[in-house]
Design a protein around this ligand. Sequence first.
Ligand code: F6P
Length: 545
Amino acid sequence: MSNLTDSPAWQALSAHQSAIGKLTMRGMFQADPSRFDKFTLQLDGLLLDYSKNLITEETIGLLLNLAGQSKLDDWTARMFDGELINTSEHRAVLHTALRAPRETAIHTGGKDVVPDVHRVLDHMRRYTEAVRNGSLRGHTGKQLRDVVNIGIGGSALGPLMVCEALRPYGSSQLNARFVSNVDATDLVETLKHLDPETTLFIVSSKTFTTQETLANAHSARDWLIKHLGAEEAVAKHFAAVSTNLDATSKFGINPDHVFEFWDWVGGRYSLWSAIGLPIALYIGMDNFEQLLGGAHTMDRHFREMPPERNMPIILGMLGVWYANFFGAGSHAILPYDQYLQHFPAYLQQLEMESNGKRVDRDGKEVDYATQTIIWGEPGTNGQHSFYQLIHQGTRLVPADFLAPINSHNPTGEHHQMLLSNCFAQTEALMLGKNGEEVRAELSAQGHDGAALEALLPYKVFPGNHPTSTLLFDKLDPHTLGMLVALYEHKVFVQGVVWNINSFDQWGVEFGKQLAGKLLPELQARQRVSSHDASTNGLINHYLAH
Ligand code: F6P
């Protein structure tokens, strides 16, 4: 038993879980008409309804005791104050400084980082306005029309998700495209439709050593030079975003088009930094600053609100409740907003690369579950794909539903149909449909006798499946900023409770290491025997064909 699973707060939750197991949400709603009012929070047009969860007020109290026992408020202060809480890399964790207003001061390593943050934001504004108004043009004098971000993981997923989510705010004169995969198909299929004279590449890489990004950047450079016939074209058609300014200059990028960020910005927390350059080019710097403002609003909410009124703490502790006391293996993100189609994939890295760990801050293997598997697709599409499992499968799949009250594209009854599905799904998942209700329904449809009895078990819905719903006025930059920061802080809360460092990612190194050894073997085209039989077999089969 670890300190955590042996702790009073944990033991109390274990005991409480069996008590809760005897209740149903259907019963809890029937017993308490004010359940919605009790279990909703609101901030700046964002409503979190967490009443359709397997909780009572006692549950929330016990979960918040666990958060308190984990010294969440101390850890939160340490993060915001720039302490080196990313202990295995000896770094601060200050993505919150990226959206801090100009007049604030945030120190780490004896330096106030806010002036640097705003120096880079001012540089981003100058650059993006020049590209968007055409004063900064390509090598042949044409206006730049297609931005191609070359980056992967945190250097792509955030900007990609935000550009898609905020398409209504995007420029009609400029497209944002994203190339990540070292599979040349990603680059080739993107460049196929582009005119080199009007294409701007942004090479985004915190380390500027990532194999995929450098391979794509060099191939894009070759493509540009081949089509424009001049090496000096690179200076006008490439920008770079990195912490590694030596590497960006070695690549030959005009220093005026290099945007720095810092080691206290984690890759998966970096869209607020210059990694957000493609966002700012696409939606404009004013909207980008609205995005930052939304995140700052959520930062203040997270710091200032008491735990029981605190969205990230509530969401985070609900996740702990299901992962650690109900054995949930996954958590679904189901946005009823097509503009959020990339939001589940973005949260996969944010959550799973942050908390997908098995060793705690003291270097000990944990004896409890940590991060669940994050997955999801927009509604209503998911209803025609995997909702069967969520409704009638054998696994508990807690889910977050997200939906805008107002659509950017009001068209006939579409939005009301979308929302009716969103609300109906969480109602159905909570209520279920028992045997009596199914029997009544089937007999009303004319079924009877053996035929009815035969069909009945397949039409029963156990219900009591937990969901939370986030409703917001409109998916605008401020709201998106709040939503993303909400999940960033939810992840932080869970990492604190699980006593893990959410900000390193050693788990990505081993695969890269072995790939580095394997690549020359494929290039040498000699049969191999140095690996296990499967790896040898695969390599030799490849070489033979
Ligand atoms: O997946 C590993 C990782 O280091 C991520 O944490 C990071 O976002 C991504 O690779 C890209 O790294 P870089 O921005 O340094 O190219």
